[in-house]
Design a protein around this ligand. Structure first.
Ligand SMILES: *[C@@H]1O[C@H](CO)[C@@H](O)[C@H](O)[C@H]1NC(C)=O
Ligand SMILES: *[C@@H]1O[C@H](CO)[C@@H](O)[C@H](O)[C@H]1NC(C)=O
Ligand SMILES: *[C@@H]1O[C@H](CO)[C@@H](O)[C@H](O)[C@H]1NC(C)=O
Length: 242
């Protein structure tokens, strides 16, 4: 009997200790996702007239829709709105806040489990800060990777990003349904740890990507998003504005 109690006590201590060290709901990685408007709009039939990489989202690696009662309120990020409109535009509905609202519910409420991101202002301003710090648009330009009618080799793009930031990105393409001769550059993910230090992203297969999750609202939950990790041996088209 005595042994039994002792055993129970040690199990309880152990469980609560584990919960403190790594809460099961807590994320450990943030994925900053950029998309290329021209590629996005080739699937969605929009006309963004934007020729720079824009934010798609800041996604924790764990959890989705963590707090549905934490309502999005754009007046809490009033000061960020000019930058939001420029850097994180809703490519489908440029004047709407629905994209930000969606990203907040789906990913922001989960990111907000960390104290560093536990308000709408902290979450959106951190995403903008990381986006500007990475400055992906200039980095690609420095390596001679600019929107063009000529094709790039995938390794040229991947190596440029990896060498510059010192971590592995995840790069996704849209594979043409008509031709196997090229793939269009669509999305670039760069990852951070919970201290906002760069870290490697994982290359997941198409089915489990967060990208698909992130795009569900646009295309219907059952449809594939059209994005998957770029193939290494297929030329990459980085579409300029028409
Ligand atoms: C697209 O943007 C450029 C530069 O901002 C501008 O000069 C041009 O008029 C715009 N085109 C359309 C169709 O809005
Ligand atoms: C969810 O959000 C509401 C509104 O901000 C907050 O009062 C509540 O504590 C949150 N719940 C959890 C579990 O974080
Ligand atoms: C949004 O936030 C503002 C500023 O804190 C507040 O005054 C307003 O009541 C909020 N709106 C809603 C719908 O919660």
């Amino acid at each position: 009997m005595r042994l039994h109690i002792l055993f129970l006590v040690s199990v309880c201590a152990c469980v609560s200790w584990a919960a403190v060290i790594s809460p099961h709901h807590m994320w450990s990685k943030l994925i900053l996702t950029h998309h290329w408007p021209e590629t996005f709009c080739s699937m969605e039939h929009c006309h963004p007239n934007i020729s720079y990489w824009t934010l798609h989202g800041l996604w924790p690696d764990k959890g989705m829709n963590c707090n549905s009662s934490w309502h999005f309120n754009s007046s809490l990020i009033e000061d960020l709105l000019p930058d939001m409109k420029k850097s994180w535009p809703d490519l489908l509905k440029p004047t709407s806040v629905s994209f930000w609202k969606y990203e907040w519910y789906k990913h922001g409420t989960c990111a907000a489990q960390a104290e560093s991101l536990n308000s709408q202002h902290k979450y959106f301003s951190k995403a903008l800060e990381l986006y500007h710090k990475l400055d992906l648009n200039s980095v690609l330009g420095k390596f001679g990777i600019t929107p063009s009618d000529k094709y790039y080799s995938f390794s040229h793009i991947e190596e440029a990003i990896e060498n510059f930031y010192g971590v592995k990105p995840k790069i996704q393409c849209v594979h043409s349904s008509k031709s196997a001769d090229f793939q269009s550059l669509g999305q670039i993910e760069i990852c951070f740890d919970s201290e906002f230090t760069l870290m490697d992203c994982e290359k997941q297969s198409t089915k489990e990507t967060f990208a698909k999750v992130g795009w569900d609202h646009l295309r219907g939950a059952d449809k594939a998003s059209g994005f998957s990790v770029c193939a290494h041996d297929v030329p990459v088209y980085y579409p300029p504005l028409p």
